[in-house]
Ligand binder design. Sequence first.
Ligand SMILES: *Cc1c(COP(=O)(O)O)cnc(C)c1O
Length: 456
Amino acid sequence: MSASTIPYKIYLEESEMPKYWYNVRADMKTKPAPLLNPGTHRPMTAAELDCVFCEELVKQELDNDTREYPIPEEILSFYRMYRPSPLVRAYCLEEKLKTPAKIYYKFEGNNTSGSHKLNSAVAQAYYAKRQGLKGVTTETGAGQWGTALSMACSYFGLDCKVYMVKVSYEQKPFRREVMKVYGASVTPSPSDTTAVGRKILAEHPGTTGSLGCAISEAVETAVSNPGYRYVLGSVLNQVLLHQSVIGVETKIAMDKYGIQPDIIIGCAGGGSNLGGLIAPFMGEKLRGEKDYRFIAVEPASCPSLTRGVYAYDFADTGMVCPLAKMYTLGSDFIPAPNHAGGLRYHGMSPVLSELYHQGMLEAISVPQTAVFEAAEAFARVEGILPAPESSHAIKAAMDEAIRCRETGEAKTILFGLTGTGYFDLVAYEKFHNGQMDDYVPTDEELAKYAAKLPKV
Ligand SMILES: *Cc1c(COP(=O)(O)O)cnc(C)c1O
């Protein structure tokens, strides 16, 4: 098909939507390291994981071999409410940057939760319902995951208990209320509703909480309430599997119009959107069929891939979760208070960590004021108000496009635009008022946290 017939926005037909999730682990020669029991340091068995997670999700978590998972019809019907998501050619951005590069972005912000997280939330809620559970517990930081899960739970008639990092609970009342619209109960974390919460409150009075701490509370609540399981919005293998719908859909759209990306870019917090977007392309690279450059973009204030250690670590501050081998800054690491742009998890998906370790994936970090500058430049030409998280990818894509202008290469750049920034206007306000700095942790600080990694 000739370039002139490529639409500005590529929307697939409903009938062209992906019917399966793609499991990139099936094509990895060296598999990601297994989760370990924090007590015995032996690989977690399905039976142990079944106490915390839903059975089907445990199966997916441990399955390194099945390449394709058919998406159940109930999940496909939910996906049809907001998918297929558009693949957009950023003509206006290209023009502004005067670049010969072709820039495409896959936009996942077209649903009420405002991000890609709904893709996995609906899958996790569906399997919980099918298992006959009463409800699920989870943590949320800024609130995107909690919102997505509340929507999915209300659709399937499940109870949803969300532990929300206290500072966000207080500073982001709108997301909190959206979760309540969908019937979730939202508790600021740390709280006195759990033993681990009470312990953290006693040790750190006045703490405004962290993701790791909220995870500990959510896990404890799940295992101590019959009929409840814990669900997580990123990091885990199962979440990357569900998020592969982004990449598979992108690939169907690109193949339809004969578009071949050279560089694929995504922001990386726990790694789920990036892992999902790159999955089928990475599969081709792993099988030696094609080559692509993959770039993970993380905040300079929370640089797990670029400055972390590849080691077993706790997934949570309370050290109740299994140990995961990943690039990590240490489970106590909390980005500086001035960090406004999300992506604040201390570790990284074991799948992406292993791919990075194998040299299949590049990683860069960017300072937050540059991220907000890129966000505004993008909003002004492409219209969409991007989430700060997504804007890390925008920044990297713009830099690659500018490099193309300098070298004259007409590369095709694809990036993931994971969500919208309507609930992040306090961060934009800080940026406008010059109250945002680019604090980057020192080597000494990072070494202090790394020294506390568990000895495995
Ligand atoms: C949660 C979130 C991210 C980061 O999470 P990943 O698991 O790394 O994808 C990025 N963008 C948005 C909009 C988010 O809500």
